[in-house]
Design a protein around this ligand. Sequence first.
Ligand code: ADP
Ligand code: MG
Length: 329
Amino acid sequence: MADPAAQTTIKVVCRFRPLNKSEVARGDKYIPTFQGDDCVQIAGKPYHFDRVFQSNTTQVQFYNAVAQQIVRDVLGGYNGTIFAYGQTSSGKTHTMEGDLHDPEMMGIIPRIVQDIFNYIYSMDENLEFHIKVSYFEIYLDKIKDCLDVSKINLSVHEDKNRVPYVKGCTERFVSTPEEVMDAIDEGKNNRHVAVTNMNEHSSRSHSIFLINIKQENSQTGQKFTGKLYLVDLAGSEKVGKTGAEGTVLDEAKMINKSLSSLGNVISALAEGSVSYVPYRDSKMTRILQDSLGGNCRTTMVICCSPSAFNDAETRSTLMFGQSISLNDM
Ligand code: ADP
Ligand code: MG
C-alpha cells in the first residue's frame, strides 16, 4: 500500500459553471475572475483553494484532476469521500453524475465506475474482487433507501468494530460496470417516483452513493477493503426569512444544520484535530465517520454560479469552502 503520510487528506476544490441560457438572455454579468489555477476573485476579494476550475473545464478534465487519484487510493485499500456543495443549480449533479450515459458529458460517478472495472480487468487472476453498492438519501433527517422504496427511515448503527453504518440498507452486489449503472438508474427512478418535483426534492435532500470494494488474493489470503462515498449535498442556499413556513422551513433548518455540522467536522479534521471531531452532531457525519479525514481521502467540490444574480450565494459558498480549508498548507 502507498504511504499516505505527507499527503493532505482533505482537499477543497472550486468549480464554476458557465452562465446558462436564461442568464445570458437576461444579460447577467459574469462575475468571477481567475488567477492561476488556485484562486478566484469576486469583486476584488480573492478566495484560495487547492484548485479552481473555470467554466470551460470539461467533465474529463475535472475527473482526471480531482477524482482519478482517489479511485486509485480506494483500490489500494483506503476509504474516501467526494462531496459536491453549492446552491441549487450551481452544478453539483452535473459534477457528480452529469449525463450518466453520455461518454463526453458523464460526471465523476460513471467515470469512477469505468475506472474501477478497467483496473479490475487489468489485475492478475489471483485477485478476487467483491463489489457492492448502496444508494440512499437523507431527507428531513430521515435515511431513505433509493434501492428499496419500502425502507423510508433507516437508522445508523455501529458494527462490532464500532464503525457506523446504515442498518438494513440495500447492498447490491455488482460484477460489471453495467450493473452499477443499472443500480444508479434504478435508484434515481425510485427517487423520481416518490416525489412530484424531482429538482425541488433533490435540492432539499443529500444523495449518497456508496461503492464498497473488497479484494482478496486467493494465493496469499491477503484481504483488504476500500469504501468510496459520493455525496451530492442538498442546496446550500439560505431560505428567505419571510414566507417560509411548515415543511419548507423544517427542510431549510435541517439542511442548514447538517451542512454546518459537516463543515465543523471537516474543519476539525483539516486542523488536524484528533482529540475531538463532532461526528455525532449529524446523521451524515456519523455515517461517513470512517471515510473522512485521518487515513482517508476527502474532497469537497465547491460548486458556484458565475452570475451576478447569484452574487450573495456564491460568496457565501466560497466562504464555506474557505472555512473548511483554512489550515491547508
Ligand atoms: P445542482 O445539482 O447544483 O442543482 P445542476 O448540476 O443540476 O445543479 O446544474 C444546473 C444546470 O446547469 C444543469 O442544466 C446543468 O447541466 C448545467 N451545468 C452545471 N454545471 C455545468 C458545467 N460545468 N458546464 C455546463 N453546464 C453545466
Ligand atoms: Mg442537483
